[in-house]
Write a protein that binds this ligand. Sequence first.
Ligand code: PEP
Ligand code: MG
Length: 567
Amino acid sequence: MYEGVNASEGIGIGTVAVAVEPDLTFTPHAVDDVEAEKARFQAALDAFCEKTAAQAEHMKTSVGEAEAEIMSGHIMLAQDPELTSSIKSSIEGGTCAEQALVETSTMFENMFLSMDDEMFRLRAADIADIRTGILAELLGREVVDLSVLPAGTIIVVHDLTPSMTATIDKKNVAGIVTETGGRTSHSAIIARALEIPAVLSVSNACGALHNGMTAIVDGIHGIVIGEPDEETLADYTKRAEQFAAEKNALEAFRGKPTVTADGVKKVLACNIGNPDDAKGAIEHDAEAIGLFRSEFLFMDAKSLPSEEEQFDAYRKVAVAMKGAPVIIRTLDVGGDKEIPYLKLVKEENPFMGYRAIRYCLDNPDEYKVQLRALLRASAFGDIKIMVPMVTCVEEIRAVKALVEECKAELREEGRKFDENIQVGIMTETAASANIPELLANEADFFSIGTNDLTGYTMAADRGNDKVAYLYSWYYPAVLRAIRNIIVAGSQAGIMVGMCGEAAADPLLTPLLIAWGMDEFSTSAPSILRTRKAISQWTVAEAQELADKALQCSTAEEVKALLEANAK
Ligand code: PEP
Ligand code: MG
């Protein structure tokens, strides 16, 4: 049995496929027969194109036409006469096929990267993908391809990158196991969006689990079992059935309003990481988007996304949500969220360092690109701007001043935007929990980021196993921080939501109702369960329990009390 982080709930039972990144290193060799070397390159190119065409065909049905077209585009680019003839003439000069491919394609890649036009810069990423594919053919190595897995596969991989997940055929993947990543990592968020049970950060998973092995992925408890005995297999098969039955029962809450047992209306929103996730949010019956983590747009790119690209992404979500609120968080870089091309200097203590709004306010020209894109997209729906990691009033004032500057520019250019766009903040630092009433004077809304608030309140890094016992929102310090924020926001008459993982914790639901929280924002699969949890409490009952919870001295007492009173 291996333990890891329970990143995406559900129980998956299947056959292990270890997706090993191919080793594409090679030693350049001398070329004796130029024609044979050119033929070797041509054969690798043909094989690459054939595989890519098959992948594109498969993707048409498994992912979508648009994604399949990207793959077809790769074939055209790989066969581009300018590229292939440059490679062949380099071979004619005595360079081996591998070296000729790498040198020539890198030259083309750099050329595309240096261009201003975004379309060309995207070509650079395509060239890099093509290089990997053809090089793997030349070296006789397999590239990780998650689109052609047999049904019931448990993917075991060091890290699940966005480009890998783009090709995942969800219906064939029973579970995901990685060696890195926490509950709030990119891989976790993707796994949850795809609703595939996942356990992350299982050390040496790629070595311990072998191809063809039967394995159980318990994404609820963060456990992976390799080669289970019959009894364990039967037990987990039953648990998987129970999980599916509970999920089915939640369907009764689809299409229903989100109200407490005594009829107090709440907003049930969804957290998303990219514009396509809006579809999943709607499918899961979300009433709004409570957090669009815009940094994924930046992480998935090779350079800063342009105003047009960002505008397209934000507009797409606004349009998909048909006028329902869409809270978009501005770039939350730093800490555990690295964006290599921003070239941030390594810091002693990145979680306390140059990150999120601190970085953005220090780079106002870059930040204004995002603010302008958000404002322009606000003409297409109810977009609200959310500022991450706020610790003081000065920060929100500075952001609002930049928003006003952007508005003035857009007016001048005759562009449409929502003049009354709301600018709110994530309350996720200990500082924000100490001055919520001051921040409420400035912000149009609060959204409590319990993932960070728990870490900053308890001074316990959310990714550090050694202090994981301190990372819990049941600690009285965290509960009080949450309560202070909700109460101050409510008294100031602004909307208070929560977009951290605690919003989906049914044990906490009564406390959040008692203190008057307006909006719950969870990952898509948790939406119906949260609606059910909210429906089970009257405000009076919730308040009685909240009062008792605040009298507890330890996290253990709080948890025991909440569990004893769970509905
Ligand atoms: C949070 O901190 O609770 C949050 C929602 O933001 P992130 O997990 O992206 O830091
Ligand atoms: Mg956060």
